[in-house]
Design a protein around this ligand. Structure first.
Ligand code: GLA
Length: 695
């Protein structure tokens, strides 16, 4: 039946596919079917960047009454001295409900667990927005979902302005002057330089989201001529793209005054491991530039954060932000986040695990439901990533090395993709118009996606089997599992381990779907499901054959984390990093992929960029850099008592919804405030002290 697909379309596309292979296939590659119609709810009110915030001095400032009392008692410097010379000023004209009032809490529920506070050295704070709420970065991109296309460029944040040298090789950035960490110590270029030199550039340290120097261009340097100035020097001219890398995840400095004295370069005898793990989650009041400071932690129970009295952002009437006095994170499971948000015992969820959609929708449809639920575009996607390193990344043993060779074999990857019934994979998560067939690469429905450049290998077990045989694999002992050729791994059964993050039901379900679909093909896949932190450490160190993973923002926006679209540097890609000798053994088409991404970064020409992404998509999907699985929409669930939630805030685009909703300006109107504060009338204490302080 499926044989007719060729006649229906995709003929032009086939020209690029090897003629021989096409002839051998009963179901030739084609373009993917259009995703089922599914309308996003709510569209953003598009604005210019300057409409959201600016930096300026205001005649007077205001703060919550209880904080004023600390000031009056001499326990806190006057507000004007805690704020920068020119604070970031949010314009009330851009606030959906206008100027807010102080008080109340946002109660989050998360499935992650904090490992400690040194995210600069790779420790996770537990995700779910603790990360986003405590880290501030040189630029901010989350809000670009509501910025007009003609204005699309990273927004200032800790860097309040910047200019390019005439030749475009130098970028001078001006930091917010007089902004302070939550303990009152000034934030300066020293923090940025410590982050860069001793964390990003130091090969012994890997920051939480994997920032590496090549993400900012090969040979890029960073210097600080004075306290408030940073100067970047790039090999390329005007690589504006890198301003996106300076946003959430990759350039959010931690407090140098806390971490520098612990770093092996400055502390005699200290090891890198000690540096990474010195500041445990029990350490309270870690200085942050974010709106809230961790003041309480109980393992497997809760993390509580209180307002940062030094926060450097205000509204245009001079009220210091945030409006919310506290944020809480119940340490539970990601699935529980959905359940609690819908039930009203939690306040927020990124509904992203498709298994709970029907129930969540049903319960939110009740007009008396405590939370509102709004679906966005299909920006949640999953890919099966074969580990493509053939030269030792992750130090594979003989069997694992034999799998790497298979992963690098085109026929093998094609066999795998042909054996996947994506329709069924999606429906196993949730029935209805949610999931779409996803061949891999850029997502249908996003700016740079081009259907005609997308190669899709429809489900065909017959073709899969033929290709596996072409790859040299046969079931020689008749046990239903194909064997390596006699000379490889002792002719053993082909057994592949599949890494997935066990904190998410969806990740496990999709991985199990893959395992089941490989069985009739004769490939035995063994689950390696690990909890979040173990999972992250395992894939970062290359210790996997295959991995099923939720995709990053680069496949949605393209302009964010662009370098991560291909193995553009030794440590950049999630599935192909440098081997033991420090080199990347790229396959010829991977080299083309890298060149395409680099050409994209090097040009500002819109038409060229669109074209380059067509080429990228073609190379990616034809050669299966990653094997796409499914793509579906996420929904933002938020309790109805919150005001200033922007229309059309996606759960995931340039960043997660915890950033997209601009939490620092979210508030609860006085008549809706609840007594949820666990530490009312307190402020963060001294770094390392036991908890928050009361007057
Ligand atoms: C996890 C969650 C996401 C989001 C991010 C924030 O990855 O699954 O929904 O909350 O953390 O970092």
């Amino acid at each position: 039946m499926r044989k007719h697909l060729f006649a229906l379309g995709g003929a032009s596309l086939l020209l690029g596919v090897s003629l021989l292979a096409a002839q051998a296939q009963t179901v030739p590659p084609t373009t993917p079917p259009d995703p089922p119609k599914f309308d996003a709810q709510g569209t953003p009110n598009f604005v210019g960047i300057g409409d959201i915030y600016e930096y300026r001095t205001l005649p007077a400032y205001n703060e919550p009454e209880y904080v004023k009392a600390f000031e009056a008692a001499g326990k806190l410097p006057p507000l004007v001295d805690r704020l920068p010379k020119e604070p970031m000023v949010f314009k009330s004209t851009n606030m959906p409900d206008g100027i807010g009032v102080y008080g109340d809490v946002m109660r989050h529920v998360i499935g992650g667990r904090p490992e400690g506070w040194n995210y600069m050295a790779g420790q996770s704070q537990g995700w779910g927005g603790i990360d986003i709420g405590t880290m501030e970065c040189l630029t901010r991109t989350a809000l670009l979902y509501e910025v007009k296309a003609e204005d699309l460029a990273p927004m200032p944040n800790l860097a309040m302005s910047w200019e390019w040298s005439e030749d475009g090789h130098k970028l001078t950035m001006h930091l917010v002057e007089g902004a302070k960490w939550s303990d009152g110590v000034e934030f300066t270029s020293e923090d940025a330089i410590f982050y860069w030199e001793d964390n990003v550039v130091d090969p012994n340290v890997t920051p939480l989201n994997g920032a590496s120097p090549e993400m900012f261009g090969e040979g890029t340097t960073l210097e600080a001529p004075d306290k408030y100035t940073l100067v970047w020097t790039f090999k390329e001219a005007f690589p504006r793209q890198y301003l996106y890398q300076m946003a959430y995840g990759n350039f959010c400095p931690g407090p140098a005054h806390i971490f520098k004295p612990l770093h092996p370069k400055y502390k005699a005898g200290a090891t890198y491991d000690e540096y990474k793990n010195a500041i445990k989650p029990e350490y309270m009041n870690i200085p942050v530039m974010g709106a809230w400071v961790p003041v309480e932690y109980r393992p497997d129970d809760i993390v509580v954060l209180r307002r940062n009295p030094y926060y450097w952002k205000v509204d245009d009437q001079g009220n210091q932000l945030p409006y919310l006095n506290e944020v809480q994170y119940r340490l539970s499971t990601w699935a529980d986040r959905d359940v609690q948000a819908v039930a009203g015992t939690g306040d927020f969820s990124n509904l992203e695990q498709a298994e709970s959609y029907v129930e969540a929708l049903k319960r939110s449809a009740d007009p008396n439901a405590p939370a509102r639920l709004a679906f966005g575009a299909r920006t949640i996607g999953y890919t099966l990533y074969p580990n493509l390193s053939g030269n030792g990344w992750g130090e594979p043993d003989e069997r694992q090395q034999a799998i790497r060779e298979l992963n690098r074999n085109e026929d093998f990857r094609k066999a795998v993709t042909y054996a996947l019934d994506r329709q069924r994979l999606g429906e196993a998560l949730v029935k209805g118009p949610f999931t779409a067939i996803y061949p891999g690469g850029l997502y249908a429905g996003t700016t740079y996606y081009d259907k005609d450049s997308t190669v899709y290998y429809p489900y065909s077990l017959e073709d899969a089997k033929a290709l596996l045989e072409k790859a040299g694999l046969k079931d020689t002992d008749g046990n239903g599992v194909v064997n390596f050729p006699a000379g490889t791994a002792g002719g053993a059964d082909v057994e592949v381990t599949l890494l997935a993050n066990a904190d998410y039901q969806t990740d496990k379900n999709l991985a199990e779907g893959v395992i089941a679909m490989m069985e009739p093909l004769g490939i035995r896949v063994i689950a390696n499901f690990l909890t979040g932190t173990q999972h992250d450490a395992t894939y970062q160190s290359g210790k996997f054959d295959w991995r099923v993973a939720r995709n990053g923002s680069e496949l949605i926006s393209v302009v964010q984390n662009t370098t991560a679209l291909a193995p553009t540097g030794p440590q950049v890609s999630g599935s192909h990093r440098a081997g033991t000798d420090g080199t990347l053994d790229l396959l010829p088409w991977e080299k083309d992929l890298v060149d395409t991404v680099n050409a994209f970064i090097a040009t500002d020409d819109t038409a060229k960029r669109l074209d380059l992404m067509k080429t990228y998509q073609k190379i990616y999907t034809e050669n299966l850099f990653g094997i796409g699985l499914t793509q579906y929409p996420g929904a933002l669930i938020i309790n109805k008592r919150f005001a200033n939630i922007p229309a059309g805030a996606p759960i995931f685009m340039f960043n997660w919804a915890e950033d997209n909703i601009i939490r620092e300006r979210v508030f609860v109107p006085a008549d809706k405030q609840q007594g949820y504060e666990l530490h009312p009338d307190t402020l963060p204490g001294e770094p390392g002290s036991a908890g928050p302080v009361k007057l």
